[in-house]
Ligand binder design. Sequence first.
Ligand SMILES: NC(=O)c1ccc[n+]([C@@H]2O[C@H](COP(=O)([O-])OP(=O)(O)OC[C@H]3O[C@@H](n4cnc5c(N)ncnc54)[C@H](OP(=O)(O)O)[C@@H]3O)[C@@H](O)[C@H]2O)c1
Length: 314
Amino acid sequence: MNDGARVYVAGHRGLVGAAIVRRLERAGFSNLILRTHAELDLRSQAAVDAFFAAERPEYVYLAAARVGGIHANNSYPADFIRDNLQIQTNVIDAAWRNGTQKLLFLGSSCIYPKLAPQPLHEDSLLTGPLEPTNQWYAIAKIAGIKTCEAYRRQHGFDAISAMPTNLYGPGDNFSLENSHVLPALMRKFHEAKTSGAAEVVVWGTGSPRREFLYVDDLADAALFLMRNYSAGELVNVGCGEDLTILQLAQTVAEVVGFQGRLRFDASKPDGTPRKLLDVSRLSALGWKAQVPLRDGLERTYRWYLEHQGDLRAG
Ligand SMILES: NC(=O)c1ccc[n+]([C@@H]2O[C@H](COP(=O)([O-])OP(=O)(O)OC[C@H]3O[C@@H](n4cnc5c(N)ncnc54)[C@H](OP(=O)(O)O)[C@@H]3O)[C@@H](O)[C@H]2O)c1
């Protein structure tokens, strides 16, 4: 993969896609092919086919997806399963048909069974029932992994799959309704600090353990895998460490400078007690995360302060 290669990053304005673009630019890639959702709706097979036939990208990062928290998944199950199946099927098929050398598909840790042993190993895929709230999204992602595997087996297409843990960083979604736990906490603490509130209520007991990876680390892993990995087996991408929601909330509050009380509302659901990826496969390949949580939170908060007026933060 030389730095003059034609590289298409699908979803380049999203949290992950933007970080992949930053990483590729830093590595000297000068021939990036980028299209916004408005310019190219990846749900349209005809539009995707025409785009690939015209641009013929050599490498593809598939970071476009319909993404959201529990509420969005629960409210729009049909949209989640349909959009993700369409996007990934159209892109993987068009990439293969138009001579793309390699494609990286991004899934998520929700593909693993709800009760799979922790830390979650890649071999747990399809060994038990999924968490029901986001099963629509998870089923689509599992189909994406299997599509990559099938195209590799039948056509020899070099499609690989990476499963990131929870991600955070610049470009995250800070809306209160649709965001993940970390940006939601950051925004709540920021608003409490600004308004002088004495207390912030955090959902759940604070005891569940979660893992968080800075999105630029994920982008680094994505480039690493594109350069160094070619096999059908999926690869988890995480930092290999978790912490409780209480510890996370305390750290975010410190970074934001909120000095009031944290109150945990135990009447709200906790979700699964622990979610940590087993990253031994990726570690054995020679990659590890670089950005400690606190540094990542500080960079993310700086980004939030600079972009509060933007739509995504609104
Ligand atoms: N965020 C996480 O914690 C996390 C964790 C694990 C895995 N991942 C995976 O990483 C990938 C990207 O996630 P993300 O967090 O970067 O999501 P995101 O910020 O919502 O970005 C998704 C991107 O896809 C684009 N997109 C959606 N539908 C499209 C369509 N029909 N046609 C063209 N573009 C479309 C969006 O454009 P618009 O905004 O204009 O619609 C957006 O730029 C997903 O596969 C997700 O499963 C994310």
